[in-house]
Each structure stands twice: as C-alpha cells, then as structure tokens.
Write a protein of this length. Structure first.
Length: 313
C-alpha cells in the first residue's frame, strides 16, 4: 500500500501525470517505471530531508505511477485527458466571435450533456482509485523498494570511496545471448515472454537490461556481475517443453575461464565446492538494484535489430 492521503479524481485531473513523470502519453509500462525511478531518486524524502516539497512531489510521482501502470485506471484517466485536449484544440481553432458563441453555448448545454459525461468518467476514475487503494499496489511498493535500494547502494559506495554507480566487476557488465524455438507469428513467443524470462533469470542476480527480438526466439540479457551471468549459463535450462540455449554474447572474462578450469581439476574437494556455493549465494544477496544509462540499452537494441535484419537476408 502507498503512504499518504489517497488521491481523488479531482486532484489527479489537475495534474499532467505524463508530464510529471517526463514521458509521452503513449509511453510503455517499462518506460513509465524507469521514469518514475529516475524522478523518485532526485526527490526522495530520505535524500532531501530539508526540502518539505520533496515529500509532496514524491507522493505525486507515486500516485502517477500507481495509476498509469494499471490498465483500467490509465484508460479512465486518458479518456478524460483526451477529451479535454480535443476540446482545447477545437476552441483554439475558432475565431473570437465564434469562440464567444461557442463558450456561451457550451455553458448552457454543459449542465445537461457535457457534465453528465464528465461526471461519469470521473466516477469511473474514482472507482479505479478506490480499487487500487483496497487492493494495494504491489508494483508501486516494488518500485519504491528499488529506489530505496539504489539510495542505500549509493551511500555504501560513498563510504567505501567508490564512484557512485560503479559495478561490482570493476565497471564491466556481463551479457548473454538467449535462443529458443519460436514459430513465426506465435503470440506466446514460444512460451518466453519478457516476464517469464525475467522470472527465470533474476534468481541468479540483478538483471540490468533484457532486450527481446521481435522477429525470432532470441534475446540479450545484461547482468550486473559476471558471477550472476556465469550461474545462468551453467544452471538455467528454461522451459521443459522448449529449452533455452544460453551463451556468452562476448568472450567470458579470463577469470571465469581459469576458475572453471581449476574447478574441473579439483573435483574431490567437496568442502571447497560447498564454500564456493555459499559465497555465490552470499554474493547474490548483496547484489543491489542500480540503473544503467540509456545509451547502453540503445546499443543492445540496435544490435538485436541488426541481427534480425541479417536473419531476413
């Protein structure tokens, strides 16, 4: 559940929720979540204890996220927003005389027609907000946890004298290529939707980026550490009826190659293997969420698009 006073339809209608988050009206759910995390980090009350307006802005951002990632609530909000935009555009096109006549006419007719429509849309939005408040927004809580973890990570990095945003592997991230069988036109994508892939991969460590191909059964995943990527390569098999093929996008680092070679030569040391496994688990528990620059994600998208184009030749 989000904290603070629950939003009402009148409160939200006064705000441009897309403008508040800095996204376009047709932004995807992923873009909205990313914009929320970026905005929330700058105005989080924990980072702005002396700014009383930070808490209010953070609360508004949370309300915007909660509404815009829920399909029904967003549709109700968009309906009112689009109606107001359309009315504003029509009014702007009229000359002064026709505008005055139109405003006078709308003032008389709105009591019998327009008001009914707006009240009905506002009532729908109010119902959606009430539903969100009753059910609680697990997605909002998740995004707020990510913000809290990012703040904690930055604080720990400052205490250690590390640059804020540094990766656990000296600034280098690990990328893997995923392949699976997928028939052309298969809306289920062979059983591997983005949510399914994230659920399979996140158990090995923090996933920075996941780019899926639109034309074939393939994707590129970027982990925050080579250890997490290595575990995914070793252990993840995918779905039973459609196994995953996982390989390194680039050559694995020499340290991992050497470690694998050493492991194969000392198979009798069970206590050492158990200690290494415990170390891996401890490492996983310490991996914290952090955000990567959009340029890296764009590079992965372009690489995937290039591979799609080459496969069609």
């Amino acid at each position: 559940m989000s904290s603070g006073k629950a939003p009402t339809s009148k409160d939200l209608l006064q705000l441009d929720l897309y403008g508040l988050l800095g996204v376009e009206a047709d932004a995807s759910e992923r873009e909205i979540k990313k914009a929320y995390r970026q905005k929330a980090l700058t105005c989080h009350p924990d980072k702005n204890p002396d700014n009383p307006q930070a808490a209010e802005l953070f609360h508004q951002l949370s309300q915007a996220l909660e509404l815009l990632i829920d399909g029904a609530a967003r549709a109700a909000y968009d309906k009112i927003r689009k109606a107001k935009e359309a009315a504003a555009k029509r009014t702007q096109k009229l000359d002064e005389k026709r505008k005055k006549f139109k405003l006078d006419l709308e003032e008389r007719e709105s009591k019998a027609q327009s008001l009914v429509t707006e009240e009905d849309a506002a009532r729908t939005l109010e119902q959606e907000i009430l539903r969100l408040r009753e059910e609680g927004s697990r997605e909002l809580e998740k995004q707020q946890r990510l913000v809290q973890e990012q703040i904690r990570l930055e604080a720990e990095q400052r205490l250690r004298g590390q640059p804020v945003g540094a990766t656990t592997d000296g600034g280098v991230s690990a990328k893997l290529k995923l392949k699976w069988k997928c028939k052309k036109g298969d809306e289920t994508k062979g059983g591997y939707t983005e949510d399914v892939l994230m659920r399979l991969l996140q158990k090995y460590g923090h996933v920075l980026n996941l780019i899926t191909s639109k034309k074939k059964g393939s994707a590129i995943v970027e982990f925050s550490s080579f250890k997490a990527a290595e575990r995914a390569v070793k252990y993840e098999m995918g779905l039973i009826n459609n196994p995953l093929k996982i390989s390194w996008l680039d050559a694995p680092p020499p340290s991992i190659v050497q470690e694998n070679s050493s492991t194969s030569n000392v198979s009798g040391h069970s206590a050492s293997s158990q200690g290494s496994l415990r170390s891996d688990r401890d490492f996983e528990s310490l991996v914290m969420m952090k955000m990567r620059q959009a340029a890296e994600r764009q590079r992965l998208i372009e690489q995937m698009q290039k591979e799609d184009e080459e496969s069609n030749l």
